[in-house]
Design a binder for this molecule. Structure first.
Ligand code: SF4
Length: 378
């Protein structure tokens, strides 16, 4: 029997050391299956493992598209080894911190676009709330809740192709007030933005703009026909040129090929986005994607890990669909991801905040909040 090699993981708390030792052992046992991932154009050499990929990334190198695809194609039994290797990269850049985000659907439904995954689109029959942009007091109350829940960032979201003048004015007015009172970072998700709109958001104090690519360029026309992938990329460029951080990710499990997920990951890394939310499709009844086959928890974990390898130093968030698809494996996702939404999503329920706090502390991880002290006893 081959002796188990000591693997030096970064210094971590006790529970994590146990986790790493377990994964180290698992990796040794599984190394033969790692050598030849099925249905992939890339093969890892017999001497190599996912750990070798992590070593390369930690040394400043990168993985190839073929290697990224091999991670998605890997057998489920490789998942522990993939996560262990991905955790090394996550720990190097983010330690054991978890950043929490709080979503506020400031305007719901009524969207003229036809994004097939979205319950708020014009082609959706899903019974979602429909309202125009909320009043100041409601937006401030949501900010108070975000701060109370230990969120670092308040994500102000509207359903729209892009913001109209009234919506721009409302955002320009509320953002300085929220920042001054609650010390929250502000991420605005307002749809397509012109250069001028991006500059106005920067001027009023918006730190970051979320605008997801959602899928690959080649898959995009299958999920939306009212705007293009290029439109979305241009908005991200406008955001970047205005001096704000870019938050952009996607939705996996929409019937795309694995190559599409890889392509999106590389596009996001190359665009220089700071934060990558990865949603796992919640195929809501009444949307065109209703009935889409659910992605398995194991495949979702492989995809999350692949994003960590491709974009090692970017914030990686497990976004919508986390509870539905990862279920009891949610904690494992945090070995590669370093961020979560706490509370509900735009039109679907999340698990109770206390369940998230418990999961994070049970892992031995720490919440990085906006407040000096984050009370976890809710
Ligand atoms: S633009 Fe946004 S709100 Fe409108 S349909 Fe697409 S995803 Fe939904």
């Amino acid at each position: 029997m081959t002796a188990v090699r000591a693997v030096s993981f970064p210094k971590t708390p006790g529970t994590i050391e146990f986790f790493c030792c377990f994964f180290s052992l698992t990796r040794q046992i599984l190394s033969m299956s790692i050598a030849t991932p099925a249905a992939s154009t890339a093969t890892f050499s017999p001497a190599g493992t996912y750990d070798a990929l992590a070593e390369r990334v930690l040394a400043g190198g990168s993985i190839t598209r073929e290697e990224a695809l091999a991670i998605l194609d890997a057998p489920d039994l490789d998942v522990p080894a993939i996560l262990a290797a991905g955790y090394r990269i996550r720990h190097h850049h983010f330690g054991n911190s978890v950043q929490l985000y709080f979503l506020m659907n400031a305007k719901s439904g009524l969207c003229p676009e036809d994004c097939h995954y979205c319950s708020q689109s014009k082609v959706s029959d899903a019974p979602v709330p429909k309202y125009n942009i909320l009043k100041r007091d409601e937006l401030m109350e949501a900010a108070r809740v975000a701060a109370e829940r230990g969120a670092k960032t308040y994500c102000l979201v509207i359903s729209a192709r892009g913001p109209n003048e009234r919506e721009m004015n409302a955002v320009e007015k509320i953002v300085p007030e929220i920042k001054q009172k609650y010390n929250l970072d502000i991420c605005a998700c307002l749809g397509l933005l012109s250069t001028e709109q991006a500059e106005r958001l920067k001027a009023c104090g918006v730190d970051r703009v979320n605008h997801n690519l959602n899928s690959s360029e080649s898959h995009y026309e299958k999920i939306c026909t009212t705007h293009t992938y290029a439109d979305r990329v241009q908005t991200l460029r406008n955001v970047r040129d205005a001096g704000m951080e870019m938050c952009s990710g996607g939705i996996i499990g929409m019937g795309e090929a694995k190559e599409d997920i890889v392509s999106m990951a590389f596009d996001l890394a190359e665009l220089g986005v700071k934060s990558i939310p990865v949603n796992i499709l919640n195929a809501i009844d009444g949307t065109p994607l209703e009935g889409t086959d659910a992605m398995s928890a194991q495949d979702a974990l492989k995809a999350l890990a692949m994003f960590r390898f491709v974009a090692p130093d970017r914030e990686l968030r497990i976004a919508g669909g986390r509870e539905l698809h990862l279920r009891s494996l949610q904690p494992q996702g945090l070995y590669v991801a370093n961020s979560l939404f706490v509370g509900d999503y735009l039109t679907t329920k999340g698990q109770a905040p206390q369940a998230d706090y418990d999961m994070i502390t049970d892992l031995g991880f720490e919440i990085t909040g906006s407040c000096e002290e984050v009370s976890l006893d809710r």
